[in-house]
Design a protein around this ligand. Sequence first.
Ligand SMILES: CSC[C@@H](O)[C@@H](O)C(=O)COP(=O)(O)O
Ligand SMILES: [Zn+2]
Length: 204
Amino acid sequence: MTDNLQLTFLVDACHWIGAKGWAPATGGNMSIRQDDSWCWLSESGKDKGSLTTDDFLQVEIATNRAPSGRKPSAETGLHTLVYRLFPEANAVLHVHTVNATVLSRLIKGPELQISGFEMQKSLSGQTTHLDTLSIAVFDNDQDIDALASRIADYAQTHPFNYGFLLRGHGLTCWGRDVAEARRHLEGLEFLFECEMRLRQLERV
Ligand SMILES: CSC[C@@H](O)[C@@H](O)C(=O)COP(=O)(O)O
Ligand SMILES: [Zn+2]
């Protein structure tokens, strides 16, 4: 369940994401859950770093329908999929960071594995740098229904937490509220940056 305060927190998160340069050139999209049936999604094509509460559209989670008639994000189907898969998820953030975009292309297989970093503990439930964290990487697709269906299939058979990478595109992550989704975004982005630098240095 969400309230007006969560929408205010989401707008703050969008401004923070914009200031970080993680949503360049209108890239990225953000949402919060209203209840079991509805969520609020950013309008398509807007600069996500300067959104206001008026730029969020109510969308039905089961159908991706937006009663306002305005156009919600082109990636609405990925947000609503997260809300259907994870009843505890109440906020979803999608960003186009350079690290997520490049690292997802370096990973040829279906998962990025991360271990050895204290910052793994920024992700809920993680208690040690000794564990190996698996972040799913999906091939990008302009057909969002097809992409959502591939992600749903993966979720049936694999542990699936925090977020996923879209190859050459970006990161989508979520949390129980906006604060947790922000922490997951910042933690994952930090880990991606470390992983990128390690890979660069190890190649020399
Ligand atoms: C700048 S093009 C990026 C889009 O194609 C898409 O990937 C994106 O993240 C933003 O789409 P939007 O429809 O504004 O939510
Ligand atoms: Zn995108």
